[in-house]
Design a protein. Sequence first.
Length: 288
Amino acid sequence: MTRSYLFVPADSERKMNRAVRSGADALVLDLEDSVVPGARPEARLLAREFAAGKADVWIRINPIDTDDAKADLESVMPSAPAGIMLPKARSAADAQLLADALDTLERANGIEAGSTGILPLCTERPAALFTMHSYVDATPRLSGLTWGAEDLGAAVGATSNRDDAGGWLAPYAMARSLCLFAAAAAEVAAIDTVYTDFRDSDGLARYAAFARRDGFSGMLAIHPDQVDVINTAFVPTAAEVERAQRIVELFAANPGAGSLGMDGEMIDRPHLLQAQRILQLARRLATL
């Protein structure tokens, strides 16, 4: 389970080298928004060089319906990245187009078939919000779903996407919820969007805590200083792990039970599933 995905402009070798020391669970080398078109050929070469031989390095390509996307993929796939972040996805059909391209490029580069994951940004185009169900069973490569508010707001002509208290305005809260529910339906990780004020560590900590509370398993980051805050927020507390262990043991001692009492509360199968997830995450983090 990946808690933090740190965006890094792929045209800056200095920033990529700094990002390695950030502690991020995954790096996302960005060939899209943070790289001007004229700099992309050089950025592709830098990204391919940097990603080679490294685990947990993803590449954000340009939208799949652009010529840049083809050039991005052909350039970076020889380095066998962990996955491709797909921006401005119109529906799961775009993820399927990308999956087909990856099939070909993995064969051409001697990469294990199916090993390159796909993480779509699934809310950046207004029409995409009406297709979220399409990600269910779309492709085995689907590693998760994440979302973005900036392009969506620009598309509808909004002057802001947050209220005066910093909370999401209703249209963007809806997009966030749709991403969360679509990921759950597709049985993949839900990754919350960036917290844009990288100097506001307290605000980030609150937002990341709310994201975990709501069911997200990780977040996107735009600055190395955000990584530790995000990683900490998505670590189960000792009390949560202890309670999860008791729930799992309770059901193990009562096979076939649909619901059981514990501490004056009714515990049923959804509680068991969540407890198993917490223990799985705690075990994984213990090995890092």
